[in-house]
Design a protein around this ligand. Structure first.
Ligand code: 5GP
Length: 253
């Protein structure tokens, strides 16, 4: 069998050349990292769960008209995606105080924010993905003003969709990170959601108990990461529910 060409390897995923021009194969690894890769482990099964979860969220977004790079799942660990030119910014949307926002502003973790807050961080591991202002983004040419307006609108639509889906299964979406890429269609370019949407890049809290169901379980040594991700997948109906505590939400298929 011909060896596939590896295009890029990140901390949690590998990108291979796709079967057709303009496509890539995204492979989900079991590697978990935190604190800018200072903490590392291999968590068996994480990649399989994130592949399914990201498929679920991206398919839902595609179906409500929020464009994403997701084309189809290929197998347990791989999905076919559109190739994009990644904008070098992490877009973070926050509904509740947590993580670096809570630390930076001295807020109590869990406090509801007055409205969703969108932040931009420069994607640069050597600098620790620093928070940047719109002024920096425009001045350094990482994105245009039009891109920023489009990114903000996309991020808020993703937030509404994800908050609703999660609320339907008893989970609070505290915050999340997305990446956005450009695709070129003739003379036009448009922005679409890229990378992944999974518990690796969201903070998910059980509404009743406050239990963490996201990568903070790994960051803070709170138990089994795969148990937490599997619980999210079970509630969404992605993997079977042993005792039928939750039924699949009717919002999306
Ligand atoms: P914070 O800035 O509080 O560390 O993170 C805010 C949100 O964005 C959290 O849900 C966190 O998981 C996500 N996030 C921030 N940076 C990264 C990153 O480099 N990789 C991933 N997977 N998620 C991130």
């Amino acid at each position: 069998m011909a060896r596939r060409k590896k295009i890029y390897e990140g901390k949690a995923k590998i990108l291979y050349e796709g079967p057709e021009p303009g496509t890539l194969v995204q492979y989900f690894k079991d590697d978990a990292t935190a604190f800018n890769a200072e903490k590392k482990d291999v968590i068996e099964g994480k990649g399989v769960l994130n592949n399914r979860l990201s498929e679920y969220f991206m398919t839902g977004l595609n179906s409500i008209g929020v464009p994403t790079h997701f084309l189809k799942r290929l197998n347990m660990r791989e999905q076919l995606i559109r190739s994009v030119e990644i904008i070098p910014l992490e877009v973070i949307v926050r509904n509740y105080a947590a993580g670096t926002l809570a630390k930076r502003l001295g807020l109590e973790e869990g406090a509801a924010l007055p409205r969703p807050i969108v932040e931009f961080c420069l994607k640069d591991d050597n600098l620790g993905d620093p928070l940047v202002a719109e002024e920096h983004i425009i001045a350094f040419g990482w994105a245009s003003q039009q891109d920023l307006d489009d990114m903000l609108a996309l991020a808020l639509r993703v937030n509404d969709f994800m908050s609703g889906v999660m609320f339907g299964v008893g989970i609070r979406l505290a915050d999340f990170k997305i990446e956005i890429g450009r695709v070129f269609e003739g003379d036009f370019q448009r922005l679409i959601i890229a990378d992944e949407i999974s518990p690796d890049s969201c903070r998910l809290w059980d509404i009743e108990t406050g239990e963490k169901l996201d990568k903070d379980v790994f960051r803070r040594d709170l138990g089994s990461l795969t148990d937490a991700y599997a619980e999210v997948a079970r509630r969404l109906g992605i993997i079977p529910v042993p005792n039928q505590q939750y039924t699949k939400p009717t919002l999306i298929n």
